[in-house]
Design a binder for this molecule. Sequence first.
Ligand code: ZN
Ligand code: ZN
Length: 401
Amino acid sequence: MSQVRVLLAALVFFWARSLVRSERPAHNRAVMRSNRIGPIRPPLCRAKAMYATPYRSAMDCPVCGKDCVQTADEIIVSLADRFSPCVGCRGRFLDKNTPPPDATIVSPCSCGKRFIDDVFAHIHRIMVEEGVLQHDSPLIRVGTPLIHPGTVLLHPPYLPPRSLLLLSRTVTKACAQRIITEVPETRGVVQCSDFVPGAADVDLQKAPRTYELLAGCDVRADVFPMSPVPIVIYKEQSKIHIEFPHARNPKLETVIKRVTYARPDVFVDALCGAGTLGIAAAFMGVKRIILNDAWYAAVYWTAFNIELNAANLLISGVNFLEPYAALQEKPLVQETKKIAESSGEQQIQVFQGDFRNLQNIVPRDVRVLSAIDLFKKDDPDANERILKEWRDRVGGEVFIP
Ligand SMILES: [Zn+2]
Ligand SMILES: [Zn+2]
């Protein structure tokens, strides 16, 4: 609960302070092959050359059924200037702790983009008209912006159409519909709350909680720095916790270090969420990857993301053994079942179930490296208990990233 508060506060703070950061964007780092977390790949890397095999997926968005999902290559290529102004763009920096100074609605530029503060002023006005906010409510009360795709920004963003997912605690369904209809930059409006969506209880005793998608679609991508190309991770934001790409990503750095030193035959991402860490190990050329989560949204989007990033893996495709609708019917399961697997040189498998059942899946006679990305890591005794149990039952090296 406190984690989501901190994360949301950090995102609001980032948006609110409107400062220019000095990091170069992930795309540039990838192109320059000078990733902050590298050097990574040689000699382990067997991945294909950047964009050598454009991978086209036939996947439609399972939430809205429309074409809101782009390929990883399309997203990476478009990143360089996606949130930058054109020479004609004019944005107003607004004080986030006061209401907008007037009722002006600044139209998007002819290039299609509009400065984030002007977009928020527009949404503020709709929220006032719908009774969600008062005239004197500060701009920050509009909500938390999640841009699509999420990436490290050099400046506060100029938003192109359908690039904003809005999280709001107070928005109503009618207001959300109006925002989607009248504000072209929005792709979805989600009513959030004071908890982290998705499976948080390692013992699977508490049912996962989700936010509510009120209008549009909540599927969006984050782009994580990796060498030689970034990893693109899609997720349903109302059902999976927010992961925000930073210039430094300690979890990814840990995985890269551990894989580099251990050179495992098998990498296990035992609590995989949307699959970022396991896919990172796959990018590094590990031949067999086992990803697992008990929560249906996590395993579906993990399988989806493996296929999405297939052009940069040694796989020819992903076979989904359980369609999205079937997974929805049993959202949290304990007994382990395989829900997707790759074809090709790398064997990448996705399982749904209690991660402690993976002892029956993980092979014994090879080098195994396992990551257990616990939701709560603040109890050292509990962490050690889980690691010891894993060592006793599965063996190999194990760490909590
Ligand atoms: Zn969609
Ligand atoms: Zn412009």
